[in-house]
Design a protein around this ligand. Sequence first.
Ligand code: FES
Ligand code: MG
Length: 591
Amino acid sequence: MTKSPERRLRSRDWFDNPERMDMTALYLERFMNYGVTPEELRSGKPIIGIAQSGSDLSPCNRIHIELAKRTRDGIRDAGGIPIEFPVHPIFENCRRPTAALDRNLLYLGLVELLNGYPIDGVVLTTGCDKTTPSQIMAASTVDIPAIVLSGGPMLDGWHDGELVGSGTVIWRSRRKLAAGEIDEEEFLDRATSSAPSAGHCNSMGTASTMNAVAEALGMSLTGCAAVPAPYRERGQYAYRTGRRIVEMVQEDLKPSDILTPDAFVNAIATVSVIGGSSNAQPHIQAMAAHAGVDLDPHAWQQHGYDLPLLVNMQPAGEYLGERFHRAGGVPAAMWELLNAGKLRGDCITCTGTAMAANLSGRESHDREMIRPFADPLMERAGFLVLKGNLFDFGILKASVISDDFRARYLSRPGNENVFEARAIVFDGSDDYHHRINDPSLEIDEDCILVIRGSGVIGWPGSAEVVNMQPPDSLLKRGIQSLPTLGDGRQSGTSDSPSILNISPESAVGGGLAWLRTGDTIRVDLNAGSCNALVEDAEIARRQAEEPAPRVPESQTPWEELFREKTGQLDRGGTMDFALKYRGTSRKLPRH
Ligand code: FES
Ligand code: MG
């Protein structure tokens, strides 16, 4: 791309204002202490923010504290001035009641930083799950040139000669623990072995998925997402990203140029073929909303369901991030889509060229890891969108439906992809943990486990709890999973074929509020429906007579505000009032 015609950078308003010399002097005074001369600040060089997401509270992103040094070098070498600042930390595993509360909080904070300080372009440092969508959402609102630098996954985890992937090993080992196959020490050993180095989760959980999404959207350099954090190339990407953002400012290449409707279709297609996390659904929906793209929640089925699973990575497949990177990473998976005519190749990207050009020559040579489109790991492996009398929207990640599950529930002769099951309803995860092994529930293979009170408002934040494991008695008999359903989410590292992200949730009067243990639920994947077989009159009676399940009180000011402002997962859990503020950088904040 070429330089756009001479434009006054927004930072000039701070550092070069002949009418308000007193203000200019004030601005210059402290910045000079950090090694920048007044001449340089007034010279017209672009000021590039580095949104630092790494800290001890967000260990998955801590690699960025090192990487930022290389990014600064790149910015300097390209003629920019780097300014590094922290963003609100998010740590998926540790934040209670859920890290999902913080996506919108980081978003709000970053909007204010980008809008209120003299920043002409920004490097968004991403890694742990929500650190990617939150920052892209903020960059869209402000709409200054922005580029994503992923921190990269950890090295592959090994235990007793077996690959153990982040999160996935926990869910699998919990089942072994419950079945009495391993003891607690072995459980801890397996879990810690899955985290051998700096970086984010090394399976195709939400972190790897969302960094792949950033690349698929065109927001990061080609091949950036999958490079493991400790690899040499990671530092090189940091340097090149720093160089490139300076050029992007010169070209005035903004999120609004990149984040088009087609870019989001590409992201959905990419998530589908890599076996990506079900959390990509609300995050992509939210990024689209903040980019001003009206993405129909059914786009997941329309543009994703029919696509095959190509990437052989846990939890849908076998391997982990290192091999994925060596096999070609995200560009190699996207190359398959492009070659099969399933990708919109003319989308402009942060590189300044179209996606198709970026992907040229990126075919994988490791066909065990990245399968050819014509010879996939699984056909129709994307996301199914379901609805019925219990909810208007729920999704099911097809790529994690195991052969065993398929044989038991989805292969009944003459009734393929249809099953009926008896609902066992839990009010939140405490209730589930207290009662799952209660023999009086008589849970057997013909049951569906349902959790409510775990959505955006009910939790609050929407919890990763829908991947409920069967009672120990069933696990001991070798039954690894029951159908599950809920108004929360589940970890992207989980291999549970759940119906989740249900909207509207029970806490706002969704159908799960009137569902009772013992009701029969009919799931028809052909029709995309999920219904409780309860008469309309009975539903009306329950709705009129029974109070909705109780939700816990807010414990912090933000929880209260979040509950007041945040919408349902089908629409991405965005704060809708914020959507109208797109393009704030076009109007400078007053002195
Ligand atoms: Fe942070 Fe998985 S917990 S990336
Ligand atoms: Mg998670």
